[in-house]
Each structure stands twice: as structure tokens, then as C-alpha cells.
Ligand binder design. Sequence first.
Ligand SMILES: Cc1ncc(COP(=O)(O)O)c(C=O)c1O
Length: 381
Amino acid sequence: MKIPFNKPYLAPGEEEILLDSYRSRAHCGNHAYGSRCVELLQKRYGLGGVFLTPSCTAALEMGAVLAGIGPGDEVILPSYTFSSTANAIVLFGGRPVFCEVEPDTMNVDVEHLASLITERTKMIVPIDYAGIPCDINRIMALAGKMGIPVMQDAAQSLHSSHNGQSCGAVADLAVFSFHETKNFTCGEGGALVVNRPDWLERASFLQEKGTDRSLVLKGVRSKYQWVDKGSSYLLADPLAAMLYAQLDKAEFITSLRARLTAAYSELFAPYEARGCLRTPHAPDGAILNHHAFFVIFDSEANQQEFLARLIRRDIYAYIGYMPLHSSPMGARFGYSPEDLPVTMDLASRLVRLPFYVDLAEEGLEYCLEGMRVVLRELYGE
Ligand SMILES: Cc1ncc(COP(=O)(O)O)c(C=O)c1O
């Protein structure tokens, strides 16, 4: 049996909904299913304005434009993230300032973040790694004192919450991903959340190629015109239809994913108790979307052995991110790997386990048994 790292989920009823959109002959962005998704997201998660985009990468770019990122501006973000978080800043001439993470969650270390704020800081972009909420209230309080906007990269954390606040509902801006590796997917897709009322209209212009087409759709204008800079940041309606089918089944999807978290937690707990490795520890009050499960081994050698021995059993776990500051682009911004030692160390020992809805129904026992054997080989009984 082969256990892949990820497998996109097909929700019950998704095919019919997709066909319905196809047959509607209204396939461009901001149509029927797009509007349904927006309404559902706003109501269920208490979000401000929601703009569906072709990807989370595109949503991050829109956020950088709204925050006015320009040449020389500094933006603080974790080095432990995907390239898109940094590209959104770099594309507009901004400079990424990389921050350390902490081991329980792999999210930003807020103390370190605070020490990096200067008068050139134009934005802060924390992420919610593996769907675990970062400490957004503390980050907002810190940024608020200095008048710095915060864009939460919630690519992985839709449907997670902390103390009753959904991820994406608190920061000035937030972004989600609907890429096929995410909990709710339409192949490629994303969303920008704008919680600042004064940025809403501009976001709608930006999404529609710098035109005020949104005012025509609302009936405020009869013709639309070029009013601002912008691009085509829209999600086609058949993709929004696929997404709607999945969002509609969010509780069911999450309940199956929760089984994986429970099974992995039980398997690794005795080894964590013995100090062989550590597993994620979400903050008190967090409710998770069960996006992913990671293990941080006691050494890079054991991380490598664990991965290699699982591959021999056709089980595909994966390393996490390569820290951005240690990448060729990081070097161009003057970084060397030793600048963020905590991130380098944790990243070198981290493994992400296979995690997808269908695994809860088929293959989980095989996967757990393979891991059980490998853990025994590495650490003894
Ligand atoms: C933290 C983070 N930000 C942004 C992205 C980019 O998302 P997308 O592929 O939808 O552009 C990802 C993708 O995995 C991610 O993990």
C-alpha cells in the first residue's frame, strides 16, 4: 500500500455543484458561487470584506499593495514560511526582516518580533503554521502601538480559532489558501480578508484590474472606469463552486482530519514523554482545523532516518519549509543561515506526516504500523 503525503479531497455533491456552475455560462469571477462563498466565509467566521483570488499568493500581493509596501520598507515575517509570504513584499521593493519561531507551534516568537520593529517597519506578516493560530492579539497590540498594519498569513488555518476568534477575523488583513494541499480546496485559489473598512473599496478596485466595476455591480454606477492600480485577482466561478461544496462540508471534513491528529498524537506521545521528539502544542483556547501534524525529532540524523525508512515502506512523510533566510534569495538580502539559529535547528529536525481526509478512512492503520516499527527501530521499545 502506498501512503502519499497529500491527496485532495472530493466532497459529496461537489461534482453536481461544479456542473451547475459550468452550465450557468457565468464563469468569470464575482458570480453566483463566488458570492455564496464570500457570504458563507463572512458569516461563519466573522470576517470583514472577503475577496476570492486565484491563489493565496495573489491575496498576499493585494495585501502588500493595500498596505502601501514600497522600496526600502521593512516587513517582519517568520523565516519559517512559504516563499509567497516574502515574495509579496519583495515584488514591491520591500525588504523582508526575518523573525524566529518557537518550538511548540513553529509560529513567530513574539519577543523576537518585538525586537525587530524599527521606524522603517511598514507591516508585520505572521503565519499560522499547520493551522495552529499564532498569538494574533499580542501581535496586534504590539503593532497597534506603533500604527503598523498586520496581515495574517492564514493560508493553512481557515476553520481554526483561538478563544472564540476565528483565524483571519482579527488582523487588519488576512489571507487563506484553497490550494489542493489545503483543508478546503478548488485546485488553486485563495482569499483576501479586509477587516479595515477604510481599505475595502480600494481592495475591490485592485481585484478588478484597477476599475470600479464593483460599483457597477452594486448599481452605484452605470459604466466602470480605470480608477486605481490593480490586476486580475479574481477566482473563476466553477472553482468557487468546487470551493463552496467543500466549505459546506467543513465540519465533516474537519471531523475526519481530527481522527488523524488523535491517532498521531497517541502514537508519538510515549516518545515525547521520553524526550525523543516533540509534537505540536497549540495554545490553550485554540480549536484546530487539523491541517497538518508535525514531529520535531531529537536530531537531524533521526529525522533523516525516519523519512528514509518510511519511504522504504511506501509512506511519504515530508520535511517542512527550508527557512527563507538560508535560501539563495535570503542571501541576496544579506542573511546567512546562522542569523536565525533557532529556526535553522528546528527546521532541520522537523517532519510533516501524511495528512489528508481519505487517510482517515483508508490506510491509517498501515501508516501507523509503519511508523510504530520505525520508531521502535530508532528509539527502542
Ligand atoms: C504559509 C503559506 N502562505 C502562502 C502560501 C501560498 O498559497 P497558494 O499556493 O494558494 O498561493 C502557502 C502555500 O502552501 C503557505 O503555506
